[in-house]
Design a protein around this ligand. Sequence first.
Ligand code: NOJ
Ligand code: CA
Length: 522
Amino acid sequence: MTTPWWRGAAFYEVYVRSFADSNDDGIGDLPGVTSRLDYLKRLGVDAVWLTPFYPSPQKDHGYDVADYYDVNPDYGTLADFDQLVARAHELRLKVLCDLVPNHTSDQHPWFQAALSSRDDPHRTFYYFADGKPDGSPPNNWRSAFGGPAWTRDERSGQWYLHLFAPEQPDLNWWNPEVPAEFERIVRFWLDRGADGYRIDVASALFKRKDLADVPMVKDPLSGMVRPDPAFLITDQPQVHEVYRKWRQILNEYQPQRVLVGEIFEPQRQSRYILPDQLNMAFALIGVPWDAHAWRQSIEVDMNALRGPGVAPSWTLSNHDVVRHVTRLGGGSTGRDRARAALLLLLGLPGQVFLYQGEELGLEEADVPPEARQDPLFIHTQGHHPGRDGCRVPLPWKKGEPNAGFSVADPWLPMPPGWDEFAVDAEEASGTSMLSFYKRALALRRRRSPWLPASIGWGPAPEGVLTYRRERLTVACNFLSRPVRLPACGRLVLASAPLAAVRDGRLTLPANSAAWLDSVPRG
Ligand code: NOJ
Ligand code: CA
């Protein structure tokens, strides 16, 4: 049996609104993506995941879909999508669409119809419920963006459920018409050439039917009363039937199509990552820069998945989290650690997901409060800074207005000096983050198909991790001072220029990592 294309692949997340702008209106678009596919090919990735590009009022930047069968005019047309896919396939790049099945936009015709009357047939596409006798919402569930998960529909007096923004009403998957609609949507983009889907909040589709209050429990450690973490609102068993059905649909297509679930909790993943359901889910490493914490995080993700060919999909950043250069300390320290982290993860078995701009070493941008747009910022009245800081458009050209992204002001402002990280400048420099990513991805591509799917942790001093994958040894120094280790092989790639193997010893500078090859060049 041949290895499926996605196994061990490098995926690249394109946040469409911020990637490349073809018509200088300050907003990224599909023709912009198409024009930069060569760049992604040169970077060395295998597949591109496009964030939602469908018609949407953009209350959550596309995760509020008003029409699942079209392209938002700001982003282009269906023909632009077709061209993007055609060019990607010419370059042997795969294209994943982002499917948002948990909720629609409040402007979706289904929801508009549902609001029109209590008896409208689309009413049961959503969760509408009566409030409690005291006038409060049907239960105490909270929205992920702050506030109650229910908004009152003034016309009927009932409340509707939204686990995210009020403009994102949750679909009622218990109604069989909802899964039937989504089967059509799944086919639609596959028929247009999509190579699969990233599924938004993949475990959330079905809510517990009793809509019971989340019980409050006393925290045994702090004595504080808080919502019971064991109480499951979502992740109901019926969701697996949906993914089994989608898998059957995908199996009708050749070459193989893929389903990536937005599921982060390792303990959940093994129920979804199965031959008859999803291919993968994200292993997001969000722990602080500490050898113990990283090893534990890696082990938890690796142990969560069992079965032939199943391995984590390593992720350092995405459009929902603070950019990892910043998380890891910011500035040159953050970038040194980000390089080391990349080598640590790229040596492991499994897939990798890169988020646009990390290959340039971008930091979280400081977006002024008046320019912020994220519903998380808006609905928490500014208590949460929101996710705009990781969504600032990419810098393409040094010295040009708006770093060459667009002649018009970009939809989120770029901080001063953003063009220092421009693609053209980094492509011209052999020591840039971009050049380092290219080297690491190219080397991984050449070697990892031959390496086993397991690793063995090696002995290492405190603050250092080493593991071996047959002939490949990976060593990572988390400390702020250099370390010397016994070297079992030839240095093939290091994250810091001063890393070296001499007299059988590997010198690893502060915050750096290296790959060693134990088979002599032959
Ligand atoms: C996860 C997406 O990644 C995030 O950006 C979005 O806000 C929520 N799901 C709701 O769709
Ligand atoms: Ca544009």
